[in-house]
Design a protein around this ligand. Sequence first.
Ligand SMILES: Cc1cc2nc3c(=O)[nH]c(=O)nc-3n(C[C@H](O)[C@H](O)[C@H](O)COP(=O)(O)OP(=O)(O)OC[C@H]3O[C@@H](n4cnc5c(N)ncnc54)[C@H](O)[C@@H]3O)c2cc1C
Length: 377
Amino acid sequence: MKRVLIIGAGIIGMLTARLLIKSGVSVTIIEQGYAGKESSWAGGGIISPLYPWRYSDPVTRLAQWGQKYYPAVLQDIHHNSGIDPEYIQSGLLYLDIEDELQQAIDWEQRFAYEFEKLTGDDLKTVEPGLENNYQQGWFTPSIGQVRNPRLVRALREDLIKLGVRIEQQTRAESFISESQGIKGVVTNKGRFYADKVVLAGGAWSAQLLEKYLKTPKIAPVKGQMIVFKAEPGVVRRIVLSKGRYVIPRKDGRVVMGSTLEFEDFDKTTTESVLQELAQEARRIISALADYPIEKQWAGLRPGSVDGVPYIGEHPQLENLYLNAGHFRNGVVIGLASCQLLVDQLLEQQPILDPAPYALTEERLVENSRQIDLSTVI
Ligand SMILES: Cc1cc2nc3c(=O)[nH]c(=O)nc-3n(C[C@H](O)[C@H](O)[C@H](O)COP(=O)(O)OP(=O)(O)OC[C@H]3O[C@@H](n4cnc5c(N)ncnc54)[C@H](O)[C@@H]3O)c2cc1C
């Protein structure tokens, strides 16, 4: 195999491209907008599923692999691109998980996670800004995070330096196929030919496929976020409470997220969500009331059934591969999912059993309007 064409320059398309070009494959990415400006730009960058015990083992296996290799990969991307993705091992403090504590402890023991119970002064030492009404929390010190807009910018620069061709404002509209399989893609800017094509179109992946083929169950799930222009030290840890989280960045800014909204491809933000997120952030860290909200935004997560991504060849069209449907965890599970896909493309020993992620009949539907949103979480 000499040439691979990737549709979509989000974190998934770009990490896939990076692995391929480092294996000597010629790679072109086509992107309908601009590289790294969709979900991969909008996310929180936490290198852990939010409540990891709620996910199935296939998600955990991808996450654990990523957590092991991310620090070195990020260092390499930083070094080659000259842009710091701002990886910090800030740790994650869980609050208000008493209802599911046993489940969390069982999971933590099964997967050998550090999960420390903190009370009183210990809790305050770990997160001094925490509101006084919290008496206990559970802390995982090893969890890290990246700053998404920096990470995608660094990745883009890294890929350009490595020799990947990135065609922006180029939308894949249909497939060029012969009896043996896919030969390329028709775009608004002309035809692109390749030996293999990878669809990494995030929330839009089903839209393109449904015109010609069965499609995986992927639907957009909107998440709104805000950021406080705070100072270093105001928040020190990622703190998660009742589905909402604060994430401290290196320069002191604090990101607060996020909502889960099924509103098709609409990315508008609302004042009511801004107020709700601000209130929740101040409920956890009251000092945030002293700092302005700098920005609000929304991104579209590629929601999939149980959050298990689709990784592998499409059963109806040879040489068309998918890597999509990472839902809330595209950063943490993306590194392993891209390696697993590349293992298949290069016919090498896979890092994990690929079966749970394959595009089997039961994971495909005729068109994306058939996707039952209640199953897509
Ligand atoms: C608010 C929010 C918070 C999040 N927080 C976290 C977190 O803390 N940790 C974590 O691990 N994950 C998090 N996520 C999830 C994570 O961001 C996503 O799972 C991940 O970004 C998905 O990456 P992607 O490359 O598949 O999608 P995207 O980044 O959306 O990229 C897909 C790209 O494909 C392009 N495309 C689509 N169709 C076509 C076409 N036909 N032709 C050309 N280009 C096309 C799109 O324009 C887009 O740029 C969060 C997401 C959101 C929205």
